[in-house]
Design a protein around this ligand. Structure first.
Ligand SMILES: [Fe+2]
Length: 276
């Protein structure tokens, strides 16, 4: 009996020891997720170009992982880098990790940012500090703005960003009125559950985050919970389509209220465009 208890205790101790690196790997084992998206009317110059998305850092101190994060972005050979909100966590608003990522990204490729719900929850002076820091790092703020990328051989790609305060109101419709008719339109918006609004405005390709992959991912089920969508959320990771609009949802890098990811490793997303 005593020997059996000894074995049980030994087994439990071994499981605990194993659980620590497994949990760390689930939270910190960064991966590069690649998608190819076909877009009709894509200018020839953009065929094969890659857009890289980094989302939901949530002030995560990357430490030695910072080099891996930047190498992962660089490995995807980004044409542009899209930061889709919640770089800074609303509960512990540490700016340093966000600014380190911003500086590193902007040194690799033109980098664009929209605010997430965590940043909009912060006092105005903190939001101003974030925005000033990002601009000083060389990042273009895209809240409720449009930038047109004119391509050397003709054709236009439109990058539009929505501030998290304006995802469901008429801001996108207003912005879309100025898009050139034949341009490919790319939207940065933090939350994916407004896909109907994105599709109604004629967005070709939207980039979102916010769902953190549903936090815990189970085979055949997918993510279990996402803010704004509740339990068994619809939009947590991957590519979704509504009408002519395709929407990429990143599982993001960090976490917020719930500290552990399960079968839901952090990711950098790379989307390669193809003429459809
Ligand atoms: Fe969020």
């Amino acid at each position: 009996m005593r020997r059996r208890s000894k074995y049980l205790l030994g087994g439990a101790a071994a499981l605990c020891l194993l659980a620590v690196p497994v949990c760390r790997w689930q939270n910190d084992g960064l991966m590069l997720t690649r998608y190819t998206v076909e877009l009709s009317g894509l200018p020839e110059e953009l065929d094969g170009m890659t857009l890289v998305q980094v989302s939901d850092l949530h002030s995560k101190p990357m430490g030695e992982g910072q080099e891996l994060l930047l190498n992962t972005i660089s490995q995807a050979k980004p044409y542009v880098i899209l930061l889709t909100g919640d770089l800074v966590d609303g509960r512990r608003p540490e700016l340093v990790p966000a600014l380190e990522l911003a500086r590193g990204a902007a040194a690799l490729a033109p980098t664009y940012y929209v605010t997430g719900n965590h940043e909009t929850s912060l006092p105005w002076e903190t939001r101003e500090q974030i925005e000033n820091g990002l601009e000083a790092a060389g990042v273009v703020l895209l809240d409720n703005r449009t930038e047109e990328l004119s391509l050397p051989g003709g054709g236009t790609m439109v990058l539009t960003g929505l501030c998290d305060d304006n995802l469901g109101d008429g801001t996108l419709e207003r912005l879309s009125a100025s898009w050139p008719e034949d341009a490919v339109t790319v939207l940065l918006a933090h939350e994916p559950q407004y896909i109907e609004n994105y599709a109604a405005s004629g967005v070709d390709l939207a980039f979102c985050g916010h769902a953190h992959g549903g936090q815990i991912r189970l085979p055949l089920v997918g993510g279990l919970f996402a803010p704004g969508q509740g339990f068994l959320p619809k939009y947590t990771a991957g590519i979704y389509q509504l009408g002519e609009t395709q929407m990429v949802v990143s599982r993001g890098i960090g976490g917020s209220l719930f500290p552990q990811r399960v079968w839901n490793r952090p990711e950098v997303v790379a989307v390669t465009l193809k003429r459809g």
